[in-house]
Write a protein that binds this ligand. Structure first.
Ligand code: M6R
Length: 363
């Protein structure tokens, strides 16, 4: 049932404020503490976290690496499952291994989990389907409470994964004694503010649809982001290629001049994901390098960022202002909606893109 939407993907995008708010309710106590299901995890017992996943779930891990390192001061490795398992990396008994999967059945992710059994100190997972192999074989499985996701392109599972991972980061920071009560409360209130900010982002539908008309004409599209926004640039590119079949690449903004800028000319739209955070000026200077080569910039930022930097851009999309840390969760929405509207404009099969399966149970 698409609940009045044209596609499951549109329905699942629209559901995000509601499901995120439910996920937060499951993990946050009334006094703003993170509560995990039994047996929980004690982050004082580990020195390192290894995160493994595929596709969009891998980008959730990449985003969480920034959070774990910055907020919880915990070193993190992130790998795609098909690389991790065959590389057979050493895993110490002071390492926890964390697997992220919507379906809980992705063959490579499950094989990577089995590889870590008996090596890692704990096997954790962040899953949507609670009756899944990955959930069953973990010491601690954390559900994301996204509800059934039908569209092959993952949307609400991604933002719910990010939200649950952020809560896990807060738990790690608190166990490790590296966060004070005020900072903790600020992060919790930023999370609590997300559903309404996401609702406001979804309201920007018409602006995104117009920008997508430009993307639909392109052969190649670049997505740029820095810091926590870099994995969201990767996710934006994956969403676009997956459902619109347009070639798209995500890059860390600072990498532009090390190769990809050679692609830029007036036919190449460049989507820049840049909230007005500490790295904003750096990203803007990369964006200006694109404009100097006549690239068509679609700038996604907040009011302050757009006031400062939207001159000369092809299109701008305004996001509400949220904390720098939770911004990637919010900016996933325009990444999804640009892809959605581009696919609709091109007339592709949004919910069942060619060559793809919802759950990849082959290696
Ligand atoms: O079920 P999983 O989260 O393990 O699936 C991982 C990937 O196959 C999945 O995220 C895929 O990349 C999506 N189609 C992306 O939209």
């Amino acid at each position: 049932d698409k609940a009045g939407h044209k596609h499951f993907m549109a329905k699942e995008i629209a559901e995000q404020p509601g499901v995120i708010s439910q996920a937060l309710d499951h993990y946050l106590s009334a006094d703003g503490q993170v509560e995990l299901p039994e047996p929980g995890i004690d982050f004082t017992q580990i020195d390192r976290l290894t995160m493994v996943a595929c596709g969009t779930a891998y980008y959730a891990c990449l985003t969480a690496k920034y959070w774990f390192e910055q907020i919880a001061r915990l070193p993190v490795d992130v790998d795609v499952a098909s690389e991790f398992r065959y590389r057979e990396p050493p895993v110490s008994d002071r390492t926890a291994a964390l697997f992220v999967s919507q379906s809980g059945e992705t063959a490579d992710t499950l094989a990577a989990l089995r590889y870590c059994e008996g090596k890692a100190s704990r096997i954790l997972s962040v899953i949507n389907v609670t009756e899944s192999s990955i959930a069953r074989e973990s010491d601690l499985a954390l559900p994301i409470y996204a509800g059934v996701e039908v569209g092959v392109a993952s949307t609400k599972a991604f933002t719910c994964q990010l939200s649950v991972l952020f809560l896990l980061v807060l738990k790690a920071a608190s166990d490790r004694g590296v966060i004070d009560a005020d900072t903790m409360a600020d992060h919790v209130s930023a999370l609590r503010g997300l559903p309404s900010a996401m609702g406001a982002a979804i309201e920007m539908n018409d602006t995104m649809r117009r920008a997508a008309l430009r993307l639909a004409e392109a052969r190649d599209v670049l997505f740029l982001g820095r810091g926590v926004m870099y994995p969201i640039a990767l996710e934006g590119a994956l969403k676009l290629k997956e459902i619109s079949y347009i070639h798209a690449e995500g890059y860390a903004s600072g990498e532009l001049k090390h190769g990809p800028i050679a692609l830029v000319d007036k036919t190449v739209p460049v989507v820049v994901m840049a909230p007005r955070d500490a790295l904003f000026d750096k990203t803007v200077s990369n964006m200006q390098e694109v404009m100097a080569r006549k690239g068509k910039v679609i700038l996604i930022s907040d009011r302050d960022g757009l006031d400062e930097a939207s001159e000369g851009v092809f299109a701008s999309i305004e996001m509400p202002r949220v904390s720098d840390a939770v911004a990637p969760i919010l900016y996933a929405i325009p990444a999804q909606m640009l892809a959605y509207h581009t696919a609709v404009a091109k007339g592709t099969d949004v919910d069942q893109p060619r060559n793809l399966a919802k759950s990849v149970t082959v290696e």
